[in-house]
Design a binder for this molecule. Structure first.
Ligand code: TXE
Length: 478
């Protein structure tokens, strides 16, 4: 099967070059996608630019209705979307069905509701009145990764569209399918043609062409920190608006007074959801020394019970990694840990999943102890099912270890002492902190990181502001 670009309609890439799309659970080629180049991006931008004047002239409420219609269509096809996501990523179908796709639907509904209740400013002076307008930017570029394909693309698409922009999107070359299905849905329900285009291909080619295009006025990027640095360099030289959601190396800080059972399962979930391939994953587990041994033993038991297997089997908790190359990268970190005297508490091996899955990118969930807190596996983003554990003696030390990384995305604090929870949370150098929970998301709150984890915030009004230009108009009252 060939998945084409969506540039007004389904089209082949200009050069007729294709990339294999692989199901990472089996190693089978499931489709081919365009290896698009600048000429394909140029065509998409040209069409998006042409559609901009019609789309921006719709009222905000009409655009909100389109978002609701998109959500309804995805909901009608939820099973089909979930299966496509599971096949592209190797993640459990149950996860795609209960998290990825429902969250994509929620994103469209949320931003439809947000603008219906939105307000803009008005500032009175003795002699004049100021009012503030939000105007669409124009054509915006959305570049997204492979770990949560539709979830993250819809998180950008919904606010960008509702603010009146038109879009050229490039999903990861490893997870192309649901973006294409989204393009089809938007085309069916939007009443205005050409507002959303999908150009498939490699980041350095199709992605870079979007970032470089002078008519693309804003770039919203989620992906690795190294790529983000390149995107930032190009986009800033063109004075484009830029939002960067990058990597993380997040700590789960466990105090002796935590609710023990809930914390064990919460911390395990934070480390291994989606095979540890979430930028928010708590892949550094810091445990107060007085409960360290007991907690680690309970954690080993919990992690060892996570069933790794056929993504389509309902009892599967963890699927395959995104690719064999990515597994190699993750295993390199496990080997570095072994070489540095790390003790593999569980996992560290390739599980045998059975017939048909021999060529898949399988890796058991892995816990590693006895590493230095500054060792490579403890400070670099592994982005796989690998977590390191470290003991700490007091709050000061916990905070120091947690802040001792180049990233600053999120963290979690597990304690029943409310004063300590506030005190530790506020000292963490991260954009987000959870207390006694993880990945509890309200779509209104600011999402994003500090340090090498990115620039800007997404969510609620932060997204609406990013995808619009603010204009103040001051009228003298005469
Ligand atoms: O990300 P990339 P990859 C981290 C994680 C992972 C690493 C690499 O550590 O191991 O990043 O993953 C496009 N100009 N995260 O390789 O390369 C690319 O095609 C424009 C963190 O997938 O950053 C894809 O669409 N675009 C993370 C998107 O950028 C370019 C989620 C992300 O790809 C480009 C995923 C270029 N020069 C990985 N090069 C998170 N924070 O959620 C690549 N792309």
């Amino acid at each position: 099967m060939k998945i084409q670009n969506f540039i007004g309609t389904f089209v082949d890439p200009n050069n007729d070059q294709w990339i294999d799309n692989i199901d990472p659970a089996t190693g089978n080629v499931i489709s081919q996608i365009p290896s698009s180049q600048a000429e394909d991006v140029n065509l998409a931008v040209e069409k998006a630019l042409f559609a901009f004047s019609s789309w921006r002239s719709k009222s905000m409420l009409e655009r909100a209705d389109v978002l609701d219609a998109i959500a309804n269509k995805i909901e009608e096809r939820l099973e089909e979307f979930a299966m496509a996501e599971s096949l592209d990523t190797g993640k459990p179908l149950s996860l795609a069905r209960t998290v990825d796709i429902p969250r994509a639907i929620a994103n469209f509904r949320f931003f439809a509701g947000a603008v219906r209740h939105d307000e803009t400013g008005c500032h009175m002076m003795a002699q004049a009145i100021n009012y503030t307008c939000r105007k669409p930017i124009g054509v915006v570029g959305l570049i997204t990764p492979w770990n949560l394909p539709l979830y993250l693309l819809s998180w950008k698409t919904a606010p960008a569209l509702v603010m009146g922009n038109t879009i050229v999107a490039k999903p990861s070359e490893m997870t192309p399918t649901t973006a294409t299905m989204l393009a089809q849905v938007i085309d069916e329900v939007s009443h205005v043609q050409d507002i959303f285009h999908v150009v498939h291909g490699y980041g350095a080619e199709a992605g870079a062409a979007i970032v470089e295009h002078p008519q693309v006025k804003a770039i919203s990027f989620t992906g690795g920190t190294a790529t983000g640095r390149q995107v930032a360099a190009t986009a800033s030289s063109h004075f484009k608006k830029l939002s960067l959601e990058l990597g993380g190396k997040n700590s789960s800080i466990v105090f002796a007074d935590c609710d023990f059972e809930k914390t064990v399962s919460g911390v395990a979930r934070a480390a291994f959801l989606n095979q540890g391939q979430v930028c928010l994953c708590g892949s550094r587990i810091l445990v107060e020394r007085s409960i360290y041994v007991r907690f680690i033993n309970a954690l080993i038991e919990e992690v060892s019970s996570l069933t790794v297997g056929d993504p389509r089997n309902p009892s599967t908790k963890l699927g395959s990694l995104i690719s064999l190359q990515h597994r190699e990268k993750v295993e390199r970190y496990i080997n570095i840990a072994r070489g540095a005297g790390g003790k593999i508490l569980c996992g560290g091996d390739r599980p045998s999943i059975g017939q048909g899955f021999e060529q898949g990118a399988w890796l058991s969930p892995t816990l590693i102890a006895d590493l230095d807190v500054n060792s490579i596996p403890s400070v670099e983003e592994i982005f796989g099912p690998v977590a390191v554990v470290h003991p700490f003696d007091d709050e000061e030390e916990a905070v120091r270890i947690a802040n001792g990384v180049e990233y600053g995305l999120s963290g979690s604090v597990w304690t029943q002492d409310i004063t300590r929870a506030h005190s530790v949370a506020q000292r963490l150098e991260t954009g987000m902190v959870w207390v006694n929970t993880w990945l509890c998301r309200d779509l209104r709150v600011p999402f994003g990181g500090v340090k090498a984890s990115g620039v800007g915030r997404e969510g609620g009004r932060y997204s609406l502001e990013f995808f619009s230009d603010t204009q103040n108009i001051c009228i003298h009252l005469g």
